[in-house]
Write a protein of this length. Structure first.
Length: 364
């Protein structure tokens, strides 16, 4: 049966769309003259909603007509159709899953970075994706002006990926991220090792969990990013070593000797998070770098150590090993630095017990 004039229609937009059925109404008619001098009527449409099934689209169209009042503004008409705008969180999860399953291999480290940056944006998780116009995005990036270029750029990548997905799904008309100006801290951050007096202060305050984590980096040489993703299954406490690492070929999944002084600290986290995959967990996942960096600053501020950065624990370990007379090749192996001499690399790899003996030469 043919619908009455002004009723609207349901149109099929193609099989490549997740919601291919659109509810459409005519909002105006325009008379135009073609090149042959003939006058034709051209219709302008407004799309009210999109649906996965044709049946749902027809129900929405019927709902619109049942509630239609002649003369109302188009914005008010659209309110008659119940539609749900997906949140930033919902679209991020879809985008993240696509990255995980992409034919273009995305490394676990990159995926972890995406997840960490997303976790740092908790206050925006439940915001509808339409919230992220150029004004609100600029305000977000303005608040990151004291962060490093790398950090700000990773936040940008996450937002851009999610907003591009929203645009492709026709949830938003434009991705306005390109209208934003990114600001970040330009000065080079210089790593400063913890002094021996500061290390003693840390031990005296090691009831603080973040201080425990800092001490683990000082006595292991782990990067903060390597520390936070340590998995319980890779901790071999009785044998005094763990498997972990990122960055270089020599650094990934390397043997990291455990200093006897930090065994009790690691054991604390194993027992505390025994049901978790990760040694340091938060809401079922590993803690994010941004969370660690934030609490790193808070904990050290309380101890009046305000000039240190999260990487300073690793830098301290390198300094202490050098002072203890540990051979350069052994230090490179512990820290995950590659050696130009392949023979030396193989030799150090075969001598795990030597690395354990070496790390315990640190006597602070």
């Amino acid at each position: 049966m043919k619908a009455p004039n002004g009723y609207g229609s349901v149109v099929y937009l193609g099989k490549n769309r997740r919601k291919p059925y659109a509810v459409r109404i005519t909002v105006s008619r325009e008379l135009i003259t073609d090149e042959n001098g003939k006058v034709k009527s051209k219709q302008k449409y407004a799309y009210l909603s999109y649906h996965e099934k044709a049946k749902d689209a027809h129900i929405a169209l019927a709902t619109y007509n049942a509630n239609k009042i002649d003369g109302v503004e188009l914005a008010e008409v659209k309110k008659l159709i119940p539609t749900k705008v997906p949140t930033f969180e919902e679209l991020f999860e879809e985008w993240y899953q696509r990255k995980e399953n992409s034919n273009k291999k995305v490394s676990e480290r990159t995926l972890n970075n995406y997840r960490s940056r997303f976790n740092s944006l908790t206050k925006y998780h439940k915001k509808p994706i339409t919230f992220f116009d150029s004004n609100n995005l600029q305000a977000i990036f303005d608040n990151l002006s004291e962060c490093s270029y790398s950090y700000v750029n990773q936040i940008y990548v996450v937002f851009n990926g999610v907003l591009q997905l929203a645009r492709k799904k026709k949830i938003i008309k434009e991705n306005e991220l390109d209208l934003c100006e990114l600001t970040y801290k330009e000065r080079r951050e210089i790593h400063k090792p913890f002094s021996k007096n500061e290390i003693q202060t840390l031990w005296k305050n090691s009831d603080d969990e973040i201080v425990k984590m800092i001490l683990i980096t000082i006595y292991s040489g782990l990067r903060p990013g390597e520390l936070i993703i340590l998995k319980q299954e890779n901790i071999h406490l009785d044998e005094s070593y763990m498997i972990g690492g990122l960055k270089t070929k020599a650094g990934i999944d390397r043997i990291i000797p455990i200093h006897k002084k930090i065994k009790s600290l690691i054991k604390f986290f194993i027992e505390k998070n025994h049901n978790s995959t990760y040694l340091f967990q938060s809401q079922g996942n590993h803690i994010s770098f941004s969370s660690y960096a934030k609490h790193f600053s808070i904990s050290l501020s309380k101890l009046k150590m305000t000039k240190h950065l999260p990487h300073d624990g690793r830098h301290t370990c390198s300094t202490l090993m050098a002072e203890a007379g540990i051979p350069l090749l052994h230090r490179q192996k512990i820290l995950g630095h590659s050696s130009k001499n392949i023979t030396d690399d193989i030799y150090v790899h075969l001598e795990k017990d030597i690395l354990i003996e070496d790390i315990n030469k640190i006597n602070v």
